[in-house]
Ligand binder design. Structure first.
Ligand SMILES: Nc1ncnc2c1ncn2[C@@H]1O[C@H](COP(=O)(O)OP(=O)(O)OP(=O)(O)O)[C@@H](O)[C@H]1O
Length: 241
């Protein structure tokens, strides 16, 4: 892994579904090792933007660059570097927790994955459920396993879409510790969340997407946490920040 993590840049990203433009000309520059938290109302196009970054969706226009070079999000090199936690989970219901991680370890070509799998299961508090099938899991347990899967191959770009979904207080605390551990300066992270407090605390940069566009893009150091909920509401309701 390169010291400092990758620099990720977007210019004029656009993606429409029929007549609706979900992502409408997004530009950003995410410095190596930064955590960007992206807020925005339902339907603002945040998930669509993450999907453009992860490669699960193609942009209609615009460019992405990784460390200054054009980024092909479909390339195996990118897929090996990016970890994605999304609503979909990407888990196999008929496999056990351990078998799921084993499957992904094989997919990523991880040598001798056993110890890493056990460590990830323990880190998300699923060591004692490792042999249970995912179809028997609660939503929160599946979310924990999805987090373990996301980080299994030690990605240096991490994309997280509403990672708190379905988590109880203990699991939320585990998630927070996990996300804090990702702030090691070697990873570049995009976190999409509706959780203003947690999202702000973890961020180096803060953006607010409204109607497919970035209405706000600020260093987190310039955001007053006390004033942020009112500021956010004003931005979303269309007032000038
Ligand atoms: N696969 C799709 N087909 C058609 N329309 C889509 C598709 N994915 C997203 N959209 C539309 O694009 C817009 C943005 O959706 P998106 O899921 O990106 O928003 P979001 O900001 O992540 O919302 P939320 O906070 O509710 O998760 C919405 O109008 C949605 O209906």
């Amino acid at each position: 892994m390169r010291a400092g993590g990758p620099r990720l840049e977007a210019e004029g990203l656009v993606r429409s579904f029929g007549a609706a433009t979900a992502v409408d000309g997004v530009d950003f520059r995410l410095e190596p090792g930064q955590v960007l938290t992206l807020f925005g109302p339902n339907g603002a196009g945040k998930t669509t933007l993450l999907r453009l970054l992860s490669g699960s969706l193609r942009a209609d226009g615009g460019t992405l660059r990784l460390d200054g070079a054009p980024l092909d999000t479909r390339s195996p090199e990118w897929q090996a570097r990016v970890g994605v936690l999304s609503h979909r989970g990407f888990l196999y219901a008929h496999l056990t927790a351990r078998e799921n991680l084993r499957f992904y370890a094989d997919l990523y070509g991880i040598a001798d994955p056993g110890p890493r799998i056990e460590a990830r299961l323990a880190a998300v508090g699923l060591a004692d459920r490792a042999d249970d099938r995912v179809r028997e899991f609660s939503r929160g347990m599946a979310q924990r396993l999805a987090l373990a899967r996301t980080l299994l191959h030690d990605p240096d770009v991490v994309l997280l879409d509403e990672p708190w979904t379905g988590l109880d207080a203990h699991a939320a605390a585990v998630l927070r510790e996990t996300l804090e551990a990702l702030r090691d300066g070697h990873r570049t992270v995009v976190l999409v969340t509706h959780n203003l407090t947690e999202g702000l605390e973890l961020a180096d940069r803060v953006a607010i997407q409204v109607g497919g566009r970035w209405a706000v893009d600020l260093p987190a150091s310039e955001v007053d946490p006390q004033a942020f909920p009112a500021f956010y509401r004003q931005v979303v309701e269309g007032g000038s920040p």
